[in-house]
Design a binder for this molecule. Structure first.
Ligand code: SAM
Ligand code: SF4
Length: 485
């Protein structure tokens, strides 16, 4: 998902650009910069009172990144101090992803590193999807873990930690059907200009390969007035870009009497003074309707980018995946987006090697790439997951064959991207500058259409500013440019 899209930025900046604890926001009405500063100093005082330090490593998607921001906020408000290495932490937390087996394994290999140094007094916790998926089994596999907590229980973290600190070796928070996840009181945001905001949790779709409905529970939408209140606070704190998050963000259903449609919510968020860009991800093709395209057309603050995962170009495979649309129906949604007055960039996710996928099915996926000409593609080898219907399907494809298909797919996309990027040379884009290279006068930022451009400028202090950049060079994976005066 989105992270891969940021590779250019990460490469340029060589890691995190932002100091730990760079921005703290709350959901409880601290409504301006002064209040935030006062709160930060209050937190400093609390830090002084506590010897606790925490290290938090995040795996997975933007939802997980944002969940970690909530966890960090909760811990900072409890007087913990964040550190950058597990060696100097008294509390070590892994916010985990279980979407593919490899991601889940990574966590157990991290946990294994602590097995040899058991009883050194540190608290180790597993959060997120692996916690929800494996539950108490984690205590059996890694007995040195004392906290297992899923994403819907983060607001309870203070109580759960208090239990661990009191000596309870087996503490769990594993409810996955509450909307409390929206309501952690303090969020520590990593990026000082772009804020993530969860507007819908869980998923009511039932894709046969996907563990998310099991790990994140059923769909719960956040009240529109609560969303807009937080956007207002974020704008007052200086955030100019907000990204609305959800596994199926466009399935949003306002639980209040106002019953705002998703497209109305987008417009209302964009209308908040100080907000200059609004993004949303991930959209599900079945719930993607014309009114979303219409509002993007009508309101330039809505970014001209839609991430619309297709998963396969073959209707037969889509049916086996239980994606609830056919190839033709998906292409109708693409046509709708292409008819917009603004050029809207389209990105997607594709899984290769789903059980029963034939060479003909793969050829259909390749021809879909030719038909749509995606701006970027996130491609995955099918990974069988626990608690999913596809686990029991026959006609399993070998790992070797999956790798071959992935390479073919990626090569096709590489050709498409090379052509698309070359065509952009000479064009000028507005960028929100969010990265500074160690190299002199080199910066990076995102366009509204969510491309990263690395560019040269003689100006100083560009971080957080909007600048015009002319594209001067293109590779299949990125764009370079120079600031346009
Ligand atoms: N909700 C989004 C949607 O409907 O497309 C996607 C959420 S999922 C976290 C991100 C991507 O991971 C999916 O679009 C899919 O391509 C991939 N994915 C999910 N389960 C997978 C599995 N079992 N094996 C391989 N890739 C998987
Ligand atoms: Fe998983 Fe499908 Fe829900 Fe996306 S829509 S989170 S792929 S079940």
């Amino acid at each position: 998902m989105g992270k891969t899209f940021d590779i250019g930025l990460e490469r340029l900046t060589g890691g995190s650009e932002f100091p730990i604890g760079s921005s703290i926001t709350t959901n409880k009405g601290h409504a301006n910069r002064l209040a935030a500063r006062a709160e930060a100093s209050e937190l400093d005082t609390m830090r002084g009172a506590s010897q606790g330090t925490f290290f938090l490593e995040t795996f997975g998607c933007q939802m997980n990144d944002h969940d970690s921001e909530k966890v960090a906020g909760v811990l900072l408000s409890r007087g913990y101090q964040q550190v950058e290495s597990p060696d100097s932490a008294s509390l070590i937390l892994y916010n985990t992803c279980s979407i593919r087996e490899k991601a889940a394994q990574k966590v157990f290999s991290r946990l294994g590193e602590f097995g040899l140094r058991q009883n050194d007094g540190r608290i180790i916790g597993v959060l997120g999807c692996v916690a929800q998926q494996e539950g108490e089994e984690i205590f059996r596999r890694a007995p040195w873990v004392s906290l297992v907590c899923g994403s819907a229980s983060y607001s309870k973290l203070p109580e759960l930690l208090a239990q661990v600190e009191a000596g309870n070796q087996r503490v769990t928070g594993l409810d996955n059907d509450t909307d409390e996840t929206f309501e952690t009181t303090v969020t520590r945001r990593d990026n000082p200009w772009r804020a993530y905001l969860t507007i819908i949790e869980g998923c009511d779709k039932a894709c046969s390969y996907c563990v998310v409905p099991y790990t994140r529970g059923p769909e719960r939408s956040r009240a529109s007035d609560s969303i807009l209140r937080e956007v207002r606070q974020l704008a007052e704190l200086g955030y100019s870009e907000v990204q609305l998050l959800g596994q199926t963000v466009n399935s949003y259903k306002d639980p209040t009497a106002r019953k705002m449609r998703f497209s109305e919510l987008l417009l209302a968020v964009a209308d908040e003074p100080g907000i200059r860009r609004v993004r949303f991800t991930t959209s599900h093709p079945r719930d993607f309707s014309r009114d979303i395209v219409d509002v993007i057309d009508a309101q330039p603050k809505l970014c001209n980018h839609v991430h619309l995962p297709v998963q396969s170009g073959s209707t037969k495979v889509l049916q086996a995946m239980q994606r609830t649309y056919t190839r033709e129906e998906y292409l109708e949604k693409i046509a709708m987006i292409r008819e917009a007055k603004r050029t809207i960039s389209i990105t997607t996710d594709i899984i290769v090697g789903f059980p029963g996928e034939t060479d003909e099915d793969l050829a259909e996926t390749l021809s879909l790439l030719d038909a749509v000409k995606y701006d970027a593609l996130f491609s995955f080898k099918y990974s069988p997951r626990p608690h999913t219907p596809s686990l029991k399907m026959n006609d399993v494809i070998s790992e070797e064959e999956k790798s071959r298909r992935l390479a073919v797919l990626q090569e096709k996309q590489r050709e498409i991207q090379t052509a698309r990027h070359s065509a952009m040379v000479g064009e000028t884009f507005e960028l929100l500058v969010s990265g500074k290279s160690r190299r002199e006068n080199q910066w990076s930022g995102h366009t509204s259409c969510h491309r990263v451009i690395n560019f040269a400028s003689q100006e100083q202090a560009l971080l957080g500013k909007y600048v015009q950049v002319r594209v001067t060079g293109a590779t299949p994976n990125g764009l370079t440019g120079e600031q346009a005066l």
